[in-house]
Write a protein that binds this ligand. Structure first.
Ligand code: GRG
Length: 299
């Protein structure tokens, strides 16, 4: 394979996505679970996500010289954590969504009980995969405990769970920009940061570079979420493969700033993310490409 710096955005992006998809498909054929969990787990592992968080983990690791193969279990892990959060978010008690990744949401197809259990199973297995990537990579600068702690913080009561709880329990009419930023830097940003950090730490990244990578991922995650808000009002459901207009009752970046204002904010955040990795030089080309992809995405 060509060195990643010579590949165009689409080639790099789709090659890494294919690796992650293949890994998840393989995993789905080896599920040692009882019959009722087999189909929902298989569907969750193989449904057509963009794999942005997994690609981010691999791109950061590769930018510090690691081989994609060693990062793959961790890349699959962040995708499984993401899938686990989507299942919960879609439940009637939360977003009550009908469609996800071009198909009925998991609870509509398999029932709420199996959807919840599938989410917990994915989340649980993900931690084991991070440990597997650690064993394959053996980075000298970072312990497994330090790496796992990044994931714990991103998921838990200071991370995705915190963002979701505040989102569900806030009055849209009372929300201001700071609260919105609090919600989305946790619901979406935290897993972007953890994905990037885990990829880098497994690749033995220097602490100074890790700091830059985290600023990059935090801004990119927020830009990704703002574009999500924009697409909720500008794209159609078939194009996105999920419900649109779900945010009509909520305060979003679009409601605060309008479509143009939100798009401008997203572009500014992408510029900030790019500035953070400027000193990382040519090695960080895949990360710059990823930022451009996030800036220009239409689904
Ligand atoms: C168990 C991790 C975990 C969290 C529990 C439910 C919950 C707390 C958090 C919800 C977090 C959430 C669903 C955030 C939305 C993030 C977002 C922008 C989703 C869309 O991501 P894409 O476009 O989706 O990458 P695909 O389908 O391409 O993977």
């Amino acid at each position: 394979m060509l060195p990643c710096v010579l590949l165009s955005l689409n080639e790099y992006f789709s090659a890494r996505r294919a690796l992650i998809d293949e890994y998840l498909t393989q995993l789905s054929t080896r599920i040692d679970a009882p019959q009722p969990l087999q189909a929902p787990l298989r569907r969750s592992l193989t449904s057509a996500g963009k794999r942005v968080r997994g690609i981010l983990a691999i791109a950061v690791g590769e930018s510090v010289g690691a081989k994609a193969e060693k990062l793959l279990p961790a890349a699959a892990a962040v995708e499984m954590i993401h899938a686990s959060s989507l299942i919960l978010d879609d439940l009637p008690a939360m977003d009550d969504a009908l469609m996800r990744r071009g198909a009925p949401t998991l609870h509509r197809e398999f029932g709420e009980d199996l959807a919840i259990l599938t989410s917990v199973a994915l989340l649980n297995h993900a931690y084991g995969l991070v440990a597997e990537s650690y064993a394959a990579s053996a980075p000298r600068r970072w312990t497994l405990a330090q790496i796992v702690q990044r994931v714990v913080d991103a998921v838990g009561w200071q991370g995705c769970v915190a963002g979701e709880a505040v989102d569900l329990h806030s009055e849209a009419s009372n929300l201001d920009f700071d609260t919105l930023e609090y919600i989305h830097s946790r619901k979406t940003g935290a897993l972007f940061v953890a994905s990037a950090a885990v990829g880098g730490m497994l690749a033995n990244i220097h602490p100074a570079s890790l700091q830059r990578i985290e600023v990059f991922a935090k801004n990119l995650g927020l830009a990704f979420q703002i574009t999500d808000d924009v697409l909720d009002v500008t794209a159609d459901a078939a194009e996105l493969g999920k419900d649109v207009g779900k945010d009509a009752q909520r305060l979003t970046f679009v409601r605060l700033a309008g479509v143009d204002g939100a798009q401008k904010l997203s572009r500014e955040l992408v510029e900030t993310s790019l500035a953070a990795i400027e000193p990382l030089g040519a090695q960080a080309k895949p990360l710059r490409d990823l930022a451009v992809m996030v800036r220009d995405r239409v689904r």
